[in-house]
Design a protein around this ligand. Structure first.
Ligand SMILES: Nc1ncnc2c1ncn2[C@@H]1O[C@H](COP(=O)(O)OP(=O)(O)OP(=O)(O)O)[C@@H](O)[C@H]1O
Length: 326
């Protein structure tokens, strides 16, 4: 478990992370989202003791990072896959890390096997492809068999096989009861991987919710109807007091409807349907919907990134209505 309590980081006048409080729980993959410059990397660096908070705290299983005697046994992280010593072999990179954390050498071969690098264990890591480098970084995170794992943009530049592998690895690790915290700009990938989301904008917490609730609350769900009797269908919907929007491709869209209700209505009026489909917004749409507010706020008043004069995210209190019928 990772607990953030009022975590704040200022760089001069710039507030990179602003009073962030949340708990990242074990047994699930928690996605960490935010637009560019939202403060994700800074937050992760503070979690790992690489940056000191200006105020507030981070606790790793109840302890400050600096109080962990052998930190790799508590928390493993992939922050920068290129951070490895290029002149050393994959094996020796991991061995050095193992020795400094009193991890047995046998573990090195185990994690190389887990990430599929056994065959290139003796090769210098500077010759590694981006995907191999990511795998080596993940091997180093796994080395201490920690209960908490953090991955910053783990799928960047990976091919579909590599992305699929990392996704399954994170799910497996979460299934073992570990705490998995992952940031990514690839929304489609995040939607497939994360169970829970923490979303930040301008350093502030925007959402701490399940994936399903996040999408539900920040986006539109509607039913698409297409019929060779489109005029008739439009009239029937109108008579029933149902508002339908033109989709632009000949279909009609009804907000907040169910396919059951729409299908039965069409059947009652013997209208042939060529399409009857429930449309749920994607994580990407929900994310854009939510963070659009953050960009809008920034454009109107944020010239130097100074904190807003009053609660800027109050609009999110009305989240369920956002985007409906937009
Ligand atoms: N060392 C630093 N000195 C000054 N400002 C910094 C420093 N590190 C980060 N910042 C600023 O803090 C803010 C948050 O940066 P951070 O890198 O944490 O965001 P991010 O969410 O990880 O962004 P991205 O998605 O682009 O990687 C940005 O405005 C950034 O310019």
């Amino acid at each position: 478990m990772i607990e953030l309590d009022g975590l704040t980081k200022r760089f001069g006048h710039k507030v990179a992370v602003d009073q962030l409080s949340c708990v990242i729980k074990p047994g699930m993959v928690t996605g960490f989202l935010g637009p560019n410059g939202a403060g994700k990397s800074t937050t992760m660096r503070m979690m790992l003791g690489l940056d000191n908070p200006t105020s507030g705290s981070v606790r790793i299983d109840g302890k400050h990072y600096r109080d962990l005697a052998e930190p790799l046994k508590y928390i493993g992280a992939l922050l920068d896959a290129k951070a490895m010593h290029g002149g050393r072999s994959a094996y020796h990179n991991l061995l050095c890390l193992a020795q400094s954390n009193r991890i047995p050498e046998s573990r090195v071969a185990e994690v190389l096997d887990t990430v599929g690098l056994t065959a290139v264990a003796k090769k210098k890591s500077k010759g590694f492809s981006l995907g191999m480098g990511q795998r080596l970084g993940i091997a180093s995170a796994l080395l201490g068999d920690p209960e908490i794992l953090m991955f910053d943009e783990p799928v960047n530049g990976l091919d579909p096989e590599g992305i699929h592998w990392i996704r399954n690895l994170m799910k497996t690790l979460a299934g073992q009861g570990r705490t998995i915290f992952v940031s990514s700009h690839l929304m489609s990938e995040m939607a497939l991987t994360a169970d829970h989301l923490i979303v930040i904008g301008q350093g502030r917490l925007l959402a701490d919710t399940s994936m399903a609730d996040f999408i539900h609350e920040n986006s539109r769900s509607y039913v698409r109807l297409r019929s060779p009797q489109q005029e008739r269908l439009r009239d029937v919907l109108h008579e029933e007091g149902i508002v339908a929007a033109e989709a632009g491709d000949g279909a009609l869209e009804v907000d907040g409807a169910t396919t059951e209700d729409m299908g039965e209505l069409a059947a009652r009026h013997t209208i042939v349907l060529h399409e009857l489909s429930a449309q749920r917004a994607s994580l990407e749409e929900a994310f854009m919907q939510m963070t659009a507010g953050s960009v809008e706020y920034h454009a109107h008043s944020g010239q130097d990134g100074a904190p807003p004069p009053e609660e800027p995210w109050g609009q999110w209190g009305q989240r369920p209505g956002n985007g409906k019928g937009a």
